[in-house]
Design a protein around this ligand. Structure first.
Ligand SMILES: CC(C)(COP(=O)(O)OP(=O)(O)OC[C@H]1O[C@@H](n2cnc3c(N)ncnc32)[C@H](O)[C@@H]1OP(=O)(O)O)[C@@H](O)C(=O)NCCC(=O)NCCS
Length: 206
C-alpha cells in the first residue's frame, strides 16, 4: 500500500501523497476515468490522483465530479473541496469538507530555476536571496514555484500572472510556511510546504 505521506490537517481536511507502483488495471478497478488521457503514464497519474480522493474520504462521490472550463475538477454541491497534483511517479491530493484548497507537488529540476525570472518579482528575488547561485538553488526555486502553483490551484479560475498577482512575502522555516498575498482577490494566504528527497509539496487552504 504505497501511501508515501499522509496528513490530517484538521477535523475536515486531509492530504495524501501516493507513490505510484500499481498498474493501470489496479486503479481502473477502483476509479472512474474522468477525461481522455492519451499518454499511458499521464493516464496512470490521473487515475492515481482520483484514487487518493476516496482513499482520504471513503464517501467521496466520484460520480459527481465535473470539470470546469479552466480544467479544474470540482463537485457542484461542494460536499468536498479538493485539489490534485502529479509529478513523475507521485500523485497528491488534498480534500476538505469546508475549505477551499490547492496542492502542488514538484520534482526539483534545473529548468524551474532557469525560469525564475518569469514567476518571481525582483522583490521576491531580493527577499529570498536568489541572486547568487548556490547548492540549494534548484530545490528552493522549485519550492517557490510550487507555492505559487498551489495558490493558482486554490483559486481555480485560471488567468493568474504569477509574478504580479502572487506575492511570496516571508518564509518561516521552523513551521514550513510562506506568508503570501494574492492580489487578484486581496487574500492573505499561508502556503504550507514540505521538502522530501527529490520531491517538494506545497498546499494552501482557506
Ligand atoms: C493547470 C496547471 C495547474 C496544471 O498543472 P500540471 O503541471 O499539469 O500539474 P499538476 O499535476 O500539478 O496538476 C494537474 C491537476 O490540476 C488540476 N487542475 C487542472 N486545471 C486546474 C485549474 N485551472 N485550477 C485548479 N486545478 C486545476 C486537475 O486536477 C489536474 O489533474 P487531473 O486532470 O488529472 O485531475 C498548470 O499547468 C498551469 O496552467 N499553471 C499555471 C501556469 C501559469 O499560468 N504560469 C504563469 C507564470 S510563469
Amino acid at each position: 500500500m504505497p501511501i508515501f505521506f499522509q496528513q490530517q490537517i484538521n477535523d475536515s481536511t486531509r492530504l495524501g501523497i501516493w507513490k505510484i507502483e500499481e498498474t493501470e488495471e489496479f486503479f481502473k478497478a477502483n476509479v472512474p476515468q474522468h477525461r481522455d488521457v492519451t499518454h499511458p503514464h499521464k493516464r496512470l497519474q490521473h487515475l492515481a490522483g482520483r484514487f487518493l480522493l476516496q482513499y482520504l474520504f471513503p464517501d467521496f462521490p466520484y460520480e459527481l465530479i465535473q470539470i470546469a472550463d479552466t480544467r479544474k475538477p470540482f463537485l457542484p454541491d461542494e460536499q468536498y473541496h479538493f485539489s490534485i497534483s502529479h509529478c513523475g511517479d507521485f500523485a497528491a491530493a488534498i480534500v476538505s469538507r469546508d475549505s477551499r484548497v490547492g496542492i502542488d507537488i514538484e520534482i526539483p529540476t534545473e529548468k524551474i530555476s532557469r525560469i525564475m525570472y518569469k514567476f518571481l518579482s525582483a522583490k521576491e528575488h531580493e527577499l529570498f536571496h536568489l541572486i547568487q547561485p548556490d547548492k540549494d538553488r534548484i530545490p528552493f526555486s522549485t519550492l517557490l514555484w510550487s507555492a505559487k502553483e498551489s495558490i493558482f490551484k486554490w483559486y481555480g479560475n485560471g488567468g493568474v500572472d504569477f509574478r504580479k498577482e502572487i506575492q511570496l512575502k516571508k518564509q518561516h522555516e521552523g513551521t514550513e510556511m510562506i506568508d503570501s498575498f494574492f492580489s487578484k482577490n486581496n487574500t492573505e494566504l499561508a502556503v504550507n510546504y514540505r521538502q522530501f528527497d527529490h520531491l517538494v509539496l506545497a498546499w494552501v487552504m482557506s
